[in-house]
Design a protein around this ligand. Structure first.
Ligand code: ADP
Ligand code: MG
Length: 516
């Protein structure tokens, strides 16, 4: 059989009844039960009983108090409840209360009063006060939640390790956290008069102009970009910006309806690390290539040395044979080239050790290179033009430098189309430097390849190339404390490559030059 407790329609109600007549209390409770309340009550006759009841963990929903008890009245009860800070609807139910006392009790904080003779007024009063109390409790809860949310937000915002700001859509700062103020090197007060964009490098505005416009138009919820921050002292900082937008639903006077949220992360450490990793990778790649080059050079040197010895002997023996003057001359060039090969193998592909005392004048060196390539040039319809300013005969260098010019002329010839072309070789002495220009009107070097052509093994010639020519060339020039400059164009009308080598003039030619 169902009991009253289990009736789901009964509303639970914890009531303090401050009443010394038990019968009156029972009457009141019955009245409540009939109205559909599932009542849990304490009858209170003394201050101590009231305090004990208030100590119970479950809160009380309602207090009904007789006005005049012998030792303990409604006013005493009210003040005890108020001192506890408990917000319990307090209704005086009395047979005797006069209007003046009632008004003064209400002023003291009682919520209503009902005369025992008009008990029918009690239920509506209770209903109203319970609803009011519920609203009050709800507001207290909401306010507490709001305060907590504010505290949480402010702690997160201000203690965050990243910079954060709220701005109006036009970039005016609304809120700035400590970290961002430090990062921008400006005070919080100063910032509130400024716009965030004043701290972004204007040259980079194109990076996120469109994204920002899309954000404001509601076409995207946020975006992330890398931008450079210019701090108030002029220093710059690479940063990652995460930008999103908050649209307020309510209209708050003086507050824009949209707020832009910015998270600004200083990524300088990350940038440095990225660069270091890239450099390390490059060094690894280069050292691997260098090691390969070294190994290859060693093997080659070893393999070439034996047949080379034999060839050198054959050349030597040939010189004693009856030959035409032209053959003799060719033989001499051949012998010198052979010596060059020997030199290369001996010093391997790493940079050439100098042989003290043996030098070659620049003019002779360039002439030999031209002679060496003359036949090949003619076959490919390429004209080699030379223009030497006076004085280059008196500048002497280590003979190994021939290799530099040979590599450059070889590249120039290889850059020509089948229709042929022109190669200009010019040399002049300027005060204490020598300048040699080797320029061709070949196909030129693609801009994308410019950065790589000096790397070992970089070639665009497939099987035909070694990719070592320019690498060796630059190494040798730098070894002589010289400089190499490259210009190249792949335009339709103007194309070609010009390499200028500038070398310091060695003041006095070393003794005993092999050709002078
Ligand atoms: P290789 O000649 O074996 O390819 P190099 O180190 O001499 O190696 O040259 C590297 C690359 O640089 C070439 O493959 C070519 O793409 C480019 N290059 C060098 N010199 C010229 C030039 N005069 N004209 C056009 N491209 C050139
Ligand atoms: Mg080459």
């Amino acid at each position: 059989m169902p009991t009253g407790d289990l009736n789901p329609n009964l509303r639970p109600l914890r009531v303090l009844v401050i009443e010394d007549y038990e019968e009156d209390a029972i009457l009141l409770l019955r009245h409540l039960a009939r109205a559909g309340y599932d009542v849990d009550s304490r009858r209170i006759e003394t201050a101590d009983e009231l305090r004990a009841a208030l100590d119970e963990p479950a809160p009380w929903d309602l207090a009904l108090a007789d006005y005049t008890l012998p030792s303990f009245g409604a006013r005493d009860a009210l003040s005890i409840i108020q001192k506890r800070g408990a917000d319990i609807p307090f209704i005086i139910v009395s047979g005797t209360i006069d209007e003046v006392s009632a008004v003064s009790a209400m002023r003291a904080g009682a919520h209503d009063y009902v005369l025992k003779g008009h008990i029918d007024r009690l239920l509506p009063a209770i209903e109203r006060e319970l609803a009011d109390a519920e609203r009050r409790h709800e507001r207290v809860r909401t306010e507490a939640e709001l305060r907590l949310a504010q505290r949480r937000f402010s702690a997160t915002f201000n203690q965050a390790a990243v910079g954060m700001a709220h701005t109006a859509p036009d970039g005016r700062f609304i809120l700035v956290n400590q970290r961002l103020a430090e990062c921008l090197n400006a005070s919080l007060d100063e910032l509130l008069t400024m716009r965030l964009r004043a701290f972004l490098m204007p040259e980079e505005d194109a990076i996120d102009e469109e994204l920002y416009a899309e954000l404001l138009a509601g076409k995207r919820s946020g975006y992330r970009v890398e931008r450079t921050i210019v701090c108030s002292d002029g220093s710059t900082l690479p940063a990652q910006l995460t930008v999103s937008m908050l649209v307020h639903d309510g209209d708050i006077p003086g507050v824009p309806t949209t707020t832009v949220l910015w998270v600004v992360e200083d990524i300088s450490a990350r940038k440095v690390a990225e660069q270091e990793t890239a450099d390390l990778m490059q060094r690894l790649i280069n050292s691997e290539r260098l090691a390969a080059a070294g190994r290859m050079a060693n093997t080659l040197a070893h393999e070439i040395n034996n047949p080379l010895e034999a060839l050198t002997n054959i050349f030597f023996l040939l010189q004693d044979q009856p030959l035409t003057p032209q053959a003799q001359e060719l033989l001499a060039i051949g012998a010198r080239e052979l010596e060059r090969v020997g030199h290369i193998t001996r010093s391997t592909l790493s940079f050439y050790r100098k042989v003290p005392g043996r030098t070659l004048n620049l003019r002779a060196m360039l002439d030999e290179v031209v002679q060496l390539f003359a036949t090949r040039a003619a076959q490919h319809h390429v004209t080699l033009h030379t223009r030497y300013a006076p004085g280059i005969e008196s500048v002497h260098y280590d003979p190994s430098l021939r290799q530099v010019f040979a590599n450059l002329v070889a590249n120039a010839l290889e850059a020509m189309s089948t229709a042929g072309g022109q190669v200009h070789i010019r040399a002049r002495v300027l005060a204490d430097t020598v300048s040699v220009l080797i320029a061709d009107n070949g196909h030129g070097i693609d801009a994308a390849n410019l950065a790589c052509v000096f790397e070992p093994f970089f070639t665009t010639k497939g099987e035909r190339g070694t990719g070592l020519g320019l690498w060796v060339t630059r190494g040798m020039v730098e070894e002589q404390r010289g400089r190499l400059q490259l210009r190249s164009s792949t335009g339709h009308d103007r194309h070609g490559t010009a390499i200028r080598i500038t070398l310091p003039v060695v003041s006095a030619p070393a003794a005993d030059p092999i050709i002078s």
